[in-house]
Design a protein around this ligand. Sequence first.
Ligand code: GTP
Ligand code: MG
Length: 195
Amino acid sequence: MHVKSVNLETVCGITSVLPENDKFEIAFAGKSNVGKSSLINALMNRKSYARTSQQPGKTQTINFYNINDLLYFVDLPGYGYAKVNQEIKEKWGKLIERYLKKSNQLKIIFLLIDIRHEPSANDRNMYDWIVYNGYNPIIIATKLDKINRSQKDKHLKMILKGINAKPGTTILPFSALSKQGRDEIWDLIETIFVD
Ligand code: GTP
Ligand code: MG
């Protein structure tokens, strides 16, 4: 898809009323620092429209990016960020839950997991929770540039096994540095939207 316009339309904090959008939404979930905002930038062809940071815990709100007045990318706060106190963590968790449960327009959930590492307990819980709520998440294995090419297939298998993914679960490797995988992710979005 050619991205002609992007607009950060709605920003929701822990006490915000969530928007009732009239266009489909695609949500990006995953551990803090896994590369959600970077993936959104790559898909939008924007260098740093979505704020990214080396410090985990950068995105602390749910951000709705209007793409071409056609659909929304929904950037979620990351989970598992150790430096945030328990109370705030729970509030973020509740906000994410509230969004994933309530949205009527949510069409795709991308669950991002770092290709280098075994999924964490938080990743497994997130995956289970998404499935429990009736979605089939698409797994994006991020930071592909950080492993040797020969290790890719092994690591993709490790991730699927680590979250105990349902048979047939789609997993796509991606690098925000090289943009490898970006076209495949757009192809997938387009296929789902044509259905
Ligand atoms: P939170 O908002 O804290 O939940 O993090 P996030 O998931 O949005 O991560 P973000 O996109 O801010 O990226 C975190 C850090 O990882 C930044 O320093 C990025 O530059 C880096 N990063 C993201 N994707 C990649 C990638 O594919 N390759 C490499 N090498 N670095 C990446
Ligand atoms: Mg972010």
